[in-house]
Design a protein around this ligand. Sequence first.
Ligand SMILES: Cc1cc2nc3c(=O)[nH]c(=O)nc-3n(C[C@H](O)[C@H](O)[C@H](O)COP(=O)(O)OP(=O)(O)OC[C@H]3O[C@@H](n4cnc5c(N)ncnc54)[C@H](O)[C@@H]3O)c2cc1C
Length: 444
Amino acid sequence: MQLREVASDARLPKAVDVVVIGGGIVGASAAWHLAKRGLSVALCEKGVIGGEQSGRNWGWCRNTLRHPAEIPLMQQSMRDWRDLAVFGALDTGFRTSGILYSSGRNRNDEASYDAWLASVARYGLDSRMVTAAEVAGLVPGGAGAAVGGLYTASDGGAEPDRATAVIAEAARNLGASLHAECAVRSLELQGGELSGVVTEQGRIECRAVLLAAGVWSRLFAGNLGIDLPQLKVMGSVMRTHPLPGGPDVSVAGRRFGWRKRRDGGYTVSQADATIFDIVPDSFRLLSDFRPAFATGLRSLRLRIGRRFVEEARLARRWQADEITPFEQVRIADPEPAERVLQEAVRAISAAYPVFAGMRIAGQWGGLIDVMPDALPVIGPVLSIPGLFMATGFSGHGFGIGPGAGRLAAELIHGDAPCVDPEAFRLERFRRAQSGSPRAYGTSG
Ligand SMILES: Cc1cc2nc3c(=O)[nH]c(=O)nc-3n(C[C@H](O)[C@H](O)[C@H](O)COP(=O)(O)OP(=O)(O)OC[C@H]3O[C@@H](n4cnc5c(N)ncnc54)[C@H](O)[C@@H]3O)c2cc1C
């Protein structure tokens, strides 16, 4: 990972309309849309802009195999990725390449692709089943074992090492201020209404806050008395040096996945091999995630080790004048799983021999925030007027990030939303409905 760096603004503003917590693709996109609507915005990031999930992902932007409830927002997001007027002629690296999920990745995937196609038929996507012969045409160079699959020509990808940074910079051009190494510790409430935030660099008065804190959202919300059912899994990724003659279409195959990068190299990984570290929250949230575990266990690799102790040691409650976990862990930077990457190298080289000559330029791990139904939360927190959330993108939030930021900004500003936000309500989770709001460093 070689992230594009974003300079911070020199001074923290005293007061703004909206504070955005989290400089990932969702927070940056929301900041842009808020600033575009004439609101004053401060974007606070505890580490560096794009330093966690948004800079560590594969860069796929896809409708393929999304939950039907997400499709309208993803279609909006695709329009936003493509529309130079949205982020102001930016260079996010977005391009349409096509994405193929090949058959034979898992048992029964042809049947599940068919079922998914039927479930999204009303949205008019260009996704379709393709034959082995079509796959050989779309992705030349296979080792003769081409099988069919599910293909969407309009899917594509952007460059995670720069997209979030350029969107944040565009938000600044519209008047937003950007603050890295500026963890938000808590909210201030007055008479039950939100009145500001306390950051490690000082207070900011505001009337609305967007919590777009990725894998840290549960911890932040928990300190406010909101029980957000969110867990983490870990993905492992590598990138290659430029590889002449490689295919353009992004592919998820059996034990491998790739995307051609703008620099001519490839981002390579495995689509169905995330590590699930057992941590104290795994037990606290077991009942919420039991159905997801039952269906998704195939792709999870359970592990118990250091992360259990690390998470057990993190404070779950603090006051606004105390150092918080957000300052203790500036950037979550887990070790990638070597075995997962080696399996991917073997599988990709066997299936597409051009990759046998790849040279690895770097590898990394990334924690992913997951929700029990794999859908994000985007919308107001009813128990704290003025607080909004956009979190829990469950491993596919990069592609939908621009749309999610737009939707969050519309809800904060009180505009008609671009899509029906009902499926993304926080209150769909029973445990998140209870609890009385708590804020620190507050009067009244
Ligand atoms: C290995 C991997 C592969 C993936 N592949 C894809 C893919 O191909 N396509 C796709 O669509 N998605 C993919 N994803 C998922 C995608 O990256 C995420 O869903 C998306 O980036 C989430 O964006 P975000 O802005 O919500 O969160 P993040 O990018 O995690 O940003 C949240 C930010 O909030 C900051 N923060 C947290 N707490 C505080 C605080 N108290 N104060 C200030 N700042 C705070 C964090 O430091 C962080 O930078 C992948 C993820 C990983 C890890």
